[in-house]
Design a protein around this ligand. Structure first.
Ligand SMILES: NC(=O)c1ccc[n+]([C@@H]2O[C@H](COP(=O)([O-])OP(=O)(O)OC[C@H]3O[C@@H](n4cnc5c(N)ncnc54)[C@H](OP(=O)(O)O)[C@@H]3O)[C@@H](O)[C@H]2O)c1
Length: 338
């Protein structure tokens, strides 16, 4: 389809948050005259209605996200918004004017490009902000629990960082699938996690964490591990030998190690890695099943419209600093038009 540069009055420059170095969120700043991107083959041009803030954004500001952008770059990678132009070679393109949610480079801006193959329609009746998290948070939580975690009714599931964006989705889903949820989170966030259906919420820094989880469960069937260094030894120690699964999809506190010796002699458990973008590309049939399951969960009212805290674009660096310090609850988003 022909790209009309003037379509919908799309401006040639825009407001955006630019990351200038790999020195962290402090080196990210607002610019008002960033050149608007042009959609390439297979891409939509999106007028961003809301951009999701994720822990991966923090990692990108420090250059620790594998394959992440090199500074300087327009920050952010998750957004929901309106399609204002369609690049060439988009199979089964949605119409200009449709609202989509997904991932692509430079989401902390008024306009971004998004690979059409990874864009999902915003559920009918939902705002852009309410649709954030569909791919990044819910699909990740679902992949960790179901195809990888093989969760069964009655399983004891340990979910770390349970008050976070992925964590809250995971607690709700695990509860929905009939699992017993044991969660960890900072003390100030325990009420939030309890309200989502967790049986017990523990401070991840308590020294007797392994003993307490073992006392409550007799050993867990599944761990959702996204904290890394600070929790991984506990995760290994509380998992049922042989039948227990640990799904690793993040390392918010830093990297943790596991040796072949550990797996043979001290922790004979099943350890599985997960990156949702890689899963979508490398295992499209599993990813397709996840998306179908998300549709079912939306129709059943298990997955409700999200309620992110939406901040003006200029507050992005401050939100990233709070996320990095572990001080946020739930999902945060940026409105590039405020
Ligand atoms: N592999 C994938 O495809 C994929 C996709 C999405 C997200 N992720 C990963 O999933 C995790 C959650 O992502 P999110 O965006 O939803 O973030 P989030 O959970 O909202 O924020 C991270 C949370 O981790 C906890 N945490 C524990 N130790 C920490 C430390 N030393 N520094 C900072 N935080 C610490 C904090 O919760 P408490 O204060 O409650 O401990 C913090 O709020 C991240 O590790 C992210 O990289 C992976």
């Amino acid at each position: 389809m022909e790209i009309n540069e003037q379509h919908h009055g799309v401006e040639r420059t825009m407001r955006a948050l630019v990351q200038h170095s790999h020195g962290g969120p402090k080196d990210q700043s607002l610019t008002t005259d960033q050149r608007r991107p042009t959609p390439g083959a297979g891409e939509y041009l999106i007028r961003v209605g809301a951009a999701g803030v994720n822990f991966a954004d923090v990692m990108q500001t420090r250059g620790t996200y594998a394959g992440g952008p090199q500074a300087p770059y327009v920050a952010g990678f998750e957004a929901a918004g309106e399609i204002v132009a369609v690049g060439p070679e988009v199979a089964d393109a949605l119409e200009v004017g449709a609202h989509v949610v997904g991932a692509g480079p430079g989401a902390f801006a008024q306009y971004m490009t998004m690979p059409a193959a990874e864009a999902l329609a915003v559920p009918s009746g939902w705002t852009d902000a309410e649709a954030l998290g569909l791919v990044l948070n819910w699909a990740t939580a679902l992949a960790a629990l179901k195809p990888l975690g093989e969760v069964e009714r009655g399983d004891a599931v340990l979910i770390h960082a349970a008050a976070g964006g992925v964590g809250q989705a995971a607690v709700r889903l695990a509860h929905h699938y009939g699992a017993r949820v044991i969660a960890t989170a900072s003390p100030a966030k325990h009420g939030t996690v309890k309200a989502l259906g967790a049986e017990a919420v523990l401070d991840s820094t308590r020294p007797d964490l392994t003993a307490e989880i073992t006392r409550l469960t007799g050993g867990v069937d599944l761990v959702l591990e996204s904290v890394g260094r600070a929790t991984f030894q506990v995760s290994l120690a509380v998992t049922q030998p042989f039948t227990g699964r640990i799904v690793v999809f993040g390392a918010a506190s830093g990297n943790a190690g596991l040796t072949t010796h550990d797996l043979v002699f001290t922790h004979p458990v099943q350890v599985k890695g997960l990156h949702i973008g890689t899963l979508a590309a490398a295992a499209p049939s599993i990813y397709g099943e996840l998306l179908a399951e998300l549709d079912t969960l939306i129709a059943a009212g298990v997955y409700l419209p999200g309620t992110p805290q939406v901040h003006p674009l200029s507050e992005g660096p401050a939100v990233l600093r709070e996320l990095e310090a572990g001080r946020t609850h739930g999902k945060h988003a940026l409105d590039p038009w405020r």
